[in-house]
Structures are given as C-alpha cells and as structure tokens.
Design a protein around this ligand. Structure first.
Ligand code: ASP
Length: 335
C-alpha cells in the first residue's frame, strides 16, 4: 500500500544524497557471504590456544563479541602466563594491576584499567560496556564494580610472580626487554611484557575485538598502557576492520595506534601496510627510543584479510579459520 509519510521521508533523504552515496548505500562494502568468515586472529604464541577457544563460538555461528571474550580468558587464566591476567607480574610496589578493553560491531566499548584483585578483566570490561552508562572504570572503582557484579576479590600475586618481583627489587631497574617476548611460548621468567589482542569476524560478518594485559612488569603503581585504551590498544569499525597492538604502550598511545591502523585501512591500505605505516610513525617520531623497544600491530579488514607489522623481529600472531585452527605466523618487522 502507498505510504505517503514513508515516501516523503525517502525522497527527503534521497535529495540530500549524491549519486555515489546512493550507490554506496545500495551496496554494502563487502557482501556478507565474502570468503574468510568466520575468522579469529590474535597476538603472540599464546594466541593459538585463545583462538581455539574463540573458535568454539565462531564455528557454531556465535557472535564475535562472545568469541573474543571467551578466547582471551584462556591466557588470563593461564598460571604460566606472567603478562596477562591472574598470573601477571606486579608493579614495582608488588601490586598486580590488570588492564583490558572490548569493542563490538556497533561501536560499543568498555574498559577497565589498573584494576586489582579480579582475575578476568575482560569480563569486567564487557560488563562496563553492557551494564553502565560509562566506557572506562579504573582502580578501586573498577574493583568495586566487579564485586557489585558478583566477582570475588582474590589475591593475584602468585608465589612465582612474587619471587620474580623480589629478584627485580635487588636492582629495581625499569627496563622493558625486547625480543624475548612470548612469541613461541617461552617460560614465564624470560619475558616481562606482552598482551593478548584478539580480533574476530563471525559468520554474519560482524567484527569485535578484545585486548587484555597485566601491562609492563614492575611499572610504576598506577601506570596504564595502551591495552585498555580504545583507539590505542584496540579499535573496531564494523565497516572497515579492526586493529590491536602489543609492546611498549606509551608509544602506541602517543600515536593512537589502533585507530590509526583502522583509518588507514579505510583509506585503502591493506592490513599489513596499515600496521607498517603505524609502526613507521612511531619510529619516525622517536628513532632512538624505537631502536630499544618492541611495538607490534595486528589488523583485519572487513574481507577477512589480515596482517601485522612490528618494530623488532620476533612478533608472532595466531590465526584460526575453518581451514586451520592453530596457525602461528611470524610478523614482518622494521628491523
Ligand atoms: N602494551 C602493553 C602495555 O604497554 C604491554 C605489551 O603488550 O607488551 O601495557
């Protein structure tokens, strides 16, 4: 039946659109049946098991948001992992403080930072997104919110981490170490920072991402890196793709790294080229600092194409799709 109100609305909208806009509106950027869905990618060697967990959701047609939350909870719970979650190394004062953020296909996001006593920061980040009018809760406020949501406060400083911290206190030198990260699952005492950043596209073509870390080992109390900061450690735009980062967060924050990578993909860069450009900006601004540190970006576009790039060699990332669930790839690097 002819609906005049609808017609008036449509013609008004039509009048303000150019021909190109109309064509773009008629055709989605990538058709939903595009190859490569579902898919999940994540940073470092510990991403392999995390991806497998995410795949349980994705392979059944589940939502990317549920997949990334479930996936990153694997390293968060892993007692041999001293850079993410429960078993993370403490700050210089002996506090284990955790950072995480999550973002969905609708641009919703949630984050927690410098949160103590709660082992799964990613879940609290999701609850901030879904149950509060806010995006970011930090410190005691984040812990208080988690407790209100029914989570138990736990002592997170495990004996092994305490031992490493006491050892560190002897010199108390803050020196992030490059190229001994957990790219191939090295034992815990051999690395002092790493993050899991995960990006997934579900069967419907929707993208979500999650990022979680204990940050730099022996950092100053209260220090927050890039990982829980939307736009720095993680960014998702469902029309374009998603990006995440790992490494010395201060340099990623200075360059709003993950947002930059997504915006470069919007301009037509491939995921790897976008990651490379973001890395080069960090190097260009502070060439001397960049020689001493690691930063890596990982990205996926709406077609399911992915890529990574790091300052230093040794940055690996895990990929899981219907062809192969345990792929670990060595990312390219500037040096
Ligand atoms: N990006 C993390 C931070 O700065 C550490 C890492 O990924 O290595 O807290």
């Amino acid at each position: 039946m002819y609906n005049r109100r609808k017609f008036v609305k449509l013609s008004a909208a039509g009048a303000s659109l150019s021909l190109l806009d109309k064509i773009a509106a008629a055709k989605p950027l990538v058709p939903p049946q595009a190859a490569g869905y579902p898919i999940v990618i994540s940073t470092w060697g510990f991403g392999v098991d995390a991806n497998k967990e995410a795949w349980k959701t994705l392979s059944k047609g589940g939502r990317a948001l549920d997949a990334v939350e479930a996936g990153v909870k694997i390293p968060e719970a892993d007692l041999t992992n001293h850079t993410v979650g429960r078993s993370g190394y403490p700050d210089r004062d002996g506090h284990v403080t955790l950072d995480a953020c999550i973002m969905d296909e609708n641009g919703n996001c949630g984050a927690v930072a410098a949160m103590e006593y709660i082992a799964h920061p990613i879940t609290i980040a999701r609850l901030v997104m879904e149950k509060t009018p806010h995006v970011f809760l930090v410190g005691e406020g984040a812990t208080q919110f988690a407790v209100e949501q029914g989570f138990k406060k736990e002592k997170l400083l495990l004996p092994e981490s305490e031992k490493a911290w006491k050892q560190w206190l002897k010199k108390a030198e803050y020196k992030p170490i490059i190229n001994i990260e957990n790219s191939k699952g090295l034992p815990g005492n051999q690395y002092n920072h790493d993050t899991i950043g995960m990006l997934a596209i579900d069967a419907k073509g929707n993208i979500s991402g999650a990022c979680t870390t204990s940050g730099m080992a022996f950092k100053m109390h209260g220090r927050v890196g890039d990982s829980p900061i939307i736009g720095a450690g993680l960014y998702v735009d469902n029309e374009v793709g998603g990006a995440t980062s790992t490494g010395v967060g201060e340099e990623v924050i200075r360059n709003v790294g993950s947002f930059l990578v997504v915006e470069l993909m919007r301009q037509g860069y491939s995921p790897e080229a976008a990651c490379k450009e973001a890395v080069q900006r960090i190097i260009k601004k502070k060439p001397e600092t960049a020689k001493q540190i690691q930063v890596g970006f990982l990205a996926i576009n709406k077609k399911g194409e992915y890529g990574a790039y790091a300052i230093q060699k040794g940055f690996s990332f895990a990929v899981c799709d219907k062809e192969k669930q345990d792929l670990l790839i060595d990312g390219k690097s500037f040096y």
